[in-house]
Design a protein around this ligand. Sequence first.
Ligand code: C2E
Ligand code: MG
Ligand code: MG
Ligand code: MG
Length: 291
Amino acid sequence: VDQMDQVKTHFHLNEQTLSYLNQRIQIDKLILGAQANDELYVLYQPKVTMGNQGIIGAEALIRWSSPQLGLVSPEQFIQRAEFTGMIQALSLYVLQDAIVLLDRARVHNEQFTVSINLTATCIESGYFIAELEHCVKHSGHPASAFEFEVTETVAIQHYETAIKGLERIHALGCKIALDDFGTGYSSLSWLSKLPLDTLKIDRTFVSNMFNSNADVQIIKAVIALAKACELNVIAEGIETEEQAEVLESLGCEQGQGFYFERPIHPVKLLPLIQAQSHQNAKYKAKAQRAS
Ligand code: C2E
Ligand code: MG
Ligand code: MG
Ligand code: MG
């Protein structure tokens, strides 16, 4: 009999569970080779100022194009990479890629920042943090050009082990954002314990804005909270002009979402940044002549 058949009988697995397991084992196996085989790449989603839609930075979002599995979404493989420990190598790869983007983007916009997502395993590892410090210090860019995003759940569930890593990143001069804010179950006291710069309003609140008054009230409260704690606030998942307008009127000055731009390749992003820097230069020259 087939080995899998034996496993199936032994553990009383049904077809569904089996295919679930198979899929995971396959991802684990293939992700190990993904980096070496050049199957990974990074897209960047712009972060903009609501009013003029000016690009202030971009979030790095990893992609895996596997010859065997096709395009695998990060939601599927990040969790597996976290499980197998691959996530550390993978995150350093993203960091290196982001440094190259900074090299090219900051020529046109010296305020441009890049945001990188980090998981629990990364911020808990002294080895990973040391690598991150090395990369940032030798990048040729100020540490403040780097922002690291951790989810509320990671920061709080792993507080004891994660706080040291977050504090080291912050001491370096990098920014820290609390991602998917509002979806976890943090008490407000956490906000003062964590070394934070930014709250990122989760996209579920944004997408429910016009169906649920409660969600609008939560957004208002998060914006007020950020202002009171002197934190920067940004809304993610903005898909329509109406959402952008309401968020701006509520005092949220920065946003990210398909309405402004999808995650795109640097080849597409860099001309946008360049075009804006020309526009700004023209605008400045005009203002100077007028004064
Ligand atoms: P996230 O950090 O919350 O990233 C935002 C996700 O929402 C991205 O999905 C982005 O493509 C998507 N998104 C942005 N704007 C919109 C919008 O207007 N509407 C909708 N429906 N979606 C929007 P993506 O790239 O599939 O990534 C999913 C998650 O996977 C990320 O959530 C992050 O937690 C994780 N991830 C992605 N890349 C990395 C990475 O390099 N490292 C780590 N550790 N995690 C990553
Ligand atoms: Mg993020
Ligand atoms: Mg997010
Ligand atoms: Mg999210």
